[in-house]
Design a binder for this molecule. Sequence first.
Ligand SMILES: C[S@@+](CC[C@H](N)C(=O)[O-])C[C@H]1O[C@@H](n2cnc3c(N)ncnc32)[C@H](O)[C@@H]1O
Length: 208
Amino acid sequence: MTSDIITKYFPDLTAKQVEQYEQLPGLYEFWNNQINVISRKDIEQLYERHVLHSLGIAKVMAFKSSERVLDVGTGGGFPGIPLAIMFPETTFHLVDSIGKKIKVVNEVVQALGLTNVTATHARAEQINEEFDFVISRAVTRLKEFYPWVKGKFYKQGCNKLSNGILYLKGGDLTEEIAESGLKVRQYHLNDYFEEEFFETKQVIYVKA
Ligand SMILES: C[S@@+](CC[C@H](N)C(=O)[O-])C[C@H]1O[C@@H](n2cnc3c(N)ncnc32)[C@H](O)[C@@H]1O
């Protein structure tokens, strides 16, 4: 397994970043044998289905150095860890309601030497802090998700997009968006990535 698919879409990575991405398969193979955080089938396609998919958010938004980002329901660290490698000056806080997943996240973060990531075992609803952006993938429908995080944003932002949610989703989202009652902006990942996996994948942006 090589990281070529990452450098193909992000050619300006530093040697350190490439090295960190290249550490991921070994780390996840090791930790997945102890604590299952990724389906076995998916681990063979870790770069495409987990790392590059997470980095879809980076195609939509470049986080700034002063910004704080919360990853809700991070599981084994997605999308938070690939984005923390991409934006080493941005602070990432990763939470999950299952403690053993946070154990894997902390082990991977430590092995990579990432100093811009903290991870805690908590439900999103319990977090009592403010962030510039909330990121997530595969946790729950927008209608349920939005109330968990709506009070957790700094009022002011200074990035390309105002502070808000960047949620990775796939499939037909018409019904889910309608039932949420939210005004969203949809970014289609097949505009950025040519692999078939991204055909229906999107980043959904909701302004705070
Ligand atoms: C399907 S997994 C997705 C994990 C990861 N985001 C990914 O895409 O690989 C959903 C995760 O959300 C977590 N979760 C569900 N509800 C949550 C909540 N209210 N607060 C924090 N984590 C939650 C679960 O424990 C689980 O690890």
